[in-house]
Design a protein around this ligand. Structure first.
Ligand SMILES: [Mn+2]
Length: 367
């Protein structure tokens, strides 16, 4: 893999590049291609890439701050400046190749039709991808349900969805629509099991839905922040007057004594089935890190704990698919664009660890 910053790199706008330049003009100082990581050459072709990036800049129902439709392009632009070497993994995960699709333009003005279109498109992309890994970039969170259902249709066993999100998205309807971003998980929770981390903006209806189900594990933002004991959602729910003691529903009991720092990570991993789809709403993060989202909620998650959970999930479960949604870039504010791009590159790196065991230079004890 040539250094992308090197204007003289052999593949940069040169032979076999994804650009099609008139003969003789390859040597001019062209910008890096506007694709994920700015890769060119064979590693950026559909055949040569182990990872495919599918941008879906769909936005129809965002209730407050808008702009998620501009998320994919901002993330892709920022990704071109990421350092390709990952010192945590001790290697360059981009060597496996990353191909970026053109953005998928869904029907406007008819959410049901747009999301049905997306389900069909995801099914065809997954079919073409075979063993390749596909990461979808939203767009608002409603794009996740068709993608999850397309994965569930193909999975030989029941999927668990691991949701990073400030919200549960378990409303049956929101603002009069069944297809709102606030309903994304309600559409899939009969077909898959759900483990959701970082929730802190939760409706009474959603709490009730969680209590009524035995296939949803909620790890609230308070638990992620170490502000609540590591227990099921039941512990945080006031019991209904006259209601029965909520069952623990097979979740591990709270550990006695002071909670280890990452008990919530253990609990999340333990709740996952063998096959996992990851949907990452960037409002999981604290707004101090990612203010660029439609409904920023205080008290969010932070970078290293999120990575710690992700790395374990990719290592200990079979991840079948992933998406990153709800990034609504703020003009002039580059850091959140870069964070989300870096997050997706971490997905790529951790996902490829099963193929490339690393010496693990950072986490191995030095003594
Ligand atoms: Mn959310």
């Amino acid at each position: 893999m040539p250094n992308r910053r090197d204007p003289n790199a052999a593949t940069r706008a040169g032979p076999r590049t994804i650009h099609h330049l008139p003969p003789g003009l390859e040597g001019l100082p062209w910008e890096l291609p506007r694709v994920f990581l700015g890769l060119d050459g064979p590693a950026a072709t559909p055949e040569g890439a182990a990872t495919w990036i599918l941008p879906v800049p769909y936005e129809a129902t965002t209730c407050w701050g808008s702009g998620a439709r501009r998320g994919p392009q901002a993330i892709i632009d920022a990704s071109r400046y990421i350092e390709l070497f990952d010192h945590e993994l001790g290697r360059d995960p981009s060597e496996g190749g990353v191909y970026t699709f053109p953005a998928l333009e869904l029907t406007r003005g008819d959410a049901a039709r747009a999301l049905a279109e997306l389900r069909g498109a995801c099914a065809r992309v997954l079919e073409a991808a075979a063993a390749r890994r596909v990461i979808m970039i939203g767009g608002e969170h409603s794009v996740s349900s068709p993608a999850i259902l397309a994965h569930a249709d193909r999975a030989p066993e029941r999927l668990t969805v691991l949701q990073f999100d400030a919200h549960l998205d378990l409303r049956e309807t929101h603002d009069g629509s069944r297809h709102s971003h606030a309903c994304a998980m309600a559409h899939v929770v009969d077909a898959v099991d759900l483990v959701t981390v970082g929730a802190r903006g939760i409706s009474a209806e959603e709490w009730a839905a969680v209590q009524a189900r035995d296939n949803v594990t909620v790890i609230t933002a308070e638990e992620v922040a170490g502000q609540a004991p590591a227990r099921g959602p039941e512990s945080a729910i006031p019991r209904q007057p006259g209601g029965a003691e909520p069952a623990t529903r097979g979740q591990p009991p709270a550990r006695p004594g002071p909670a280890p720092e990452h008990t919530w990570i253990d609990r999340a991993v333990a709740a996952l089935g063998p096959s996992v789809y990851i949907t990452f709403d960037v409002d999981f993060f604290d707004p101090s890190l990612v203010p660029s989202t439609g409904t920023p909620e205080p008290g969010g998650g932070h970078w290293y704990p999120a990575l710690a959970l992700l790395r374990r999930v990719f290592a200990e479960r079979r991840v079948v698919g992933a998406d990153v949604v709800e990034h609504a870039p703020i003009p002039g504010m580059n850091a959140p664009d870069f964070l989300v791009a870096r997050l997706i590159y971490k997905f790529i790196g951790y996902w490829s660890e099963t193929l490339h065991p690393s010496p693990d230079p950072v986490t191995r004890p030095s003594g």
